[in-house]
Write a protein that binds this ligand. Structure first.
Ligand SMILES: O=C(O)CCC(=O)C(=O)O
Ligand SMILES: [Fe+2]
Length: 197
C-alpha cells in the first residue's frame, strides 16, 4: 500500500506544480520534491456519547494544518471532516465512495511562498458512532532547507518566510502544546516569520 500511496503523492505533487503555471515544474520536482517520503496514520474516533444528543457538535480533532507537503485522506462514510474557507467559514467535506481528499500542508505552503494555502481543517462528530480515517502525509526529507525558489516568488515579489530546516519546524510543532493542534495561527508563520509584515 505504501508504494501506491507514494506513487499517488508524487503524481499529485507534479500536478500541483503544473497548476502553478511553472514552465519548470519538472525542474522543481527534481530539485525539491524527489526525496520526499511518506507516513501513514490511522485515526480512530470514539463515539462522542450523549453530548451529541442535543444536536451539539463535538470536536474529534481540533482545527489544525498538516505538517506535510500534501496529505491524502481516506475517510469512512460517517462524515465530519470540515475545511475552513479564507473567510473562516467551515465547509463539510462529505464522504464520497472511492474518493480521496487531498490537503495542501504547511511545507508546500512555505515552499510556494504562500501561493498554495495550507488547509485549515478539523473533524466534528455529529453522530454517536465510531469513525475511522487514514491519512498519508507526504513530506520533505528532514534535513531539507525550505526556501521558496526565486521563480516561484516571482519578479518583484517578496519571500514571506525565512528559510528553515524541515526537521526544526517539525520539532517546533511537536514540542509545543500550542503548535500541535487547535492554534492554527501557530504554524509556519510563527516559526519562520512573516517577512511581509
Ligand atoms: O479524520 C479525518 O478525516 C482527517 C484527519 C486529519 O486531518 C489528520 O490526520 O491530520
Ligand atoms: Fe489533518
Amino acid at each position: 500500500m505504501g508504494t501506491e500511496m507514494s506513487e499517488l503523492s508524487r503524481r499529485i505533487v507534479k500536478a500541483v506544480l503544473m497548476s502553478m503555471g511553472e514552465d519548470s515544474a519538472e525542474k522543481f520536482y527534481e530539485s525539491d520534491f524527489s526525496n520526499c517520503h511518506g507516513y501513514l496514520r490511522i485515526n480512530s474516533y470514539s463515539p462522542p456519547g450523549s453530548s451529541t444528543v442535543d444536536g451539539k457538535e463535538v470536536e474529534g480533532l481540533g482545527m489544525h494544518t498538516d505538517m506535510s507537503c500534501v496529505t491524502i485522506v481516506c475517510q469512512d462514510e460517517i462524515g465530519g471532516l470540515q475545511v475552513r474557507s479564507r473567510e473562516g467559514k467551515w465547509m463539510d467535506i462529505n464522504p464520497c465512495a472511492d474518493t480521496l481528499v487531498v490537503n495542501v500542508g504547511d511545507l508546500m505552503h512555505a515552499w510556494s511562498n504562500g501561493r498554495l494555502r495550507s488547509s485549515e481543517h478539523r473533524v466534528v462528530l455529529k453522530r454517536n458512532v465510531s469513525r475511522f480515517s487514514v491519512a498519508f502525509f507526504w513530506c520533505f526529507e528532514d534535513e531539507k532547507v525550505i526556501s521558496s525558489p526565486d521563480e516561484v516568488v516571482g519578479e518583484g515579489g517578496a519571500r514571506i518566510y525565512n528559510p528553515f530546516v524541515c526537521r526544526e519546524y517539525l520539532k517546533f510543532r511537536e514540542s509545543s502544546e500550542r503548535g500541535k493542534f487547535d492554534k492554527v495561527g501557530f504554524t509556519v508563520k510563527d516559526f519562520a516569520g512573516d517577512l511581509k509584515q
